[in-house]
Design a protein. Structure first.
Length: 252
């Protein structure tokens, strides 16, 4: 098996953040035939395109969060501030449901790696929705008291609970990065070259270009690196395999 193919498996084994992903990666690394069995060609372009669309909805949420939180704390006070944050969480949940439903349909795929990636993405969306609902409950409790009491709560238990929710959000988003890193396997074609090696992506050169253009609209990051959010890392992980020109395509 080609050295770069082996390298990708080692990298993903060590960077994978979920136990099930580690087991799967190890199993496929030691058994290339099983890799082809679990990762047959077909719908690879469609799945990756849809997955990137899903990431786009999550990026909209991240951008809206940054803008909204900055605006409300600069311009609004008291219950107006709380109401604005609740509206933002409601909008985020709409995007999360749209993203989840886009990717969810691929859980019926005949490709085991696609099913794994889609399942991780769906779970992240569901968890983020639930965490948003928990934050809304906290905000509604704060909004139910007068301003003096509100400030006291926000300076103590409220911020403590919010920090805990933030930690849970980050832990949940690790699964999204795991699902995105599976693209470095999913995109590889199961068709061998004349030497019996897997050296192509299971998409055409035109499809490859379209996927890169789709990623360009989200981020220009070319590699997974420290300091990125899990969302930024997810986008970069997909770009890495697509921009690696040592991988051919099915049409050339």
């Amino acid at each position: 098996m080609r050295s770069k193919f082996i390298k990708i498996f080692f990298i993903n084994v060590f960077l994978s953040v979920g136990l099930s992903g580690l087991v799967l990666a190890n199993d496929l690394y030691t058994n290339p035939e099983k890799f082809k069995q679990y990762n047959p060609d077909g719908q690879k372009y469609e799945f990756v395109k849809t997955y990137i669309m899903g990431l786009g909805y999550l990026q909209q949420n991240a951008q809206r969060d940054n803008a909204a939180r900055s605006a409300v704390f600069q311009k609004l006070k008291g219950k107006e501030k709380v109401a604005a944050l609740i509206r933002n969480l409601n909008l985020n949940n709409v995007n999360l449901r749209v993203a989840r439903n886009l990717v969810k349909k691929y859980r019926a795929s005949g490709n085991g790696l696609v099913v794994k990636s889609a399942d991780l993405f769906e779970r992240v969306c569901d968890e983020q929705i639930e965490l948003n609902n928990q934050e809304k409950t906290l905000l509604e409790k704060v909004s139910a008291v007068d301003n003096a009491q509100m400030m006291k709560i926000m300076n103590k238990k409220f911020y403590k609970d919010q920090r805990e929710l933030g930690m849970q959000r980050k832990e949940s988003l690790k699964k999204m990065l795991e699902g995105s890193m599976l693209m470095s396997k999913i995109l590889i074609s199961d068709k061998e070259d004349k030497y019996g090696e897997l050296v192509r992506l299971g998409i055409t050169s035109k499809e490859r270009k379209k996927l890169i253009e789709q990623l360009d609209k989200l981020s220009k990051d070319k590699k997974v690196k420290p300091g990125q959010s899990f969302l930024q890392g997810s986008i970069a992980a997909i770009r890495e395999i697509l921009e690696d020109q040592s991988w051919g395509t099915v049409d050339g």
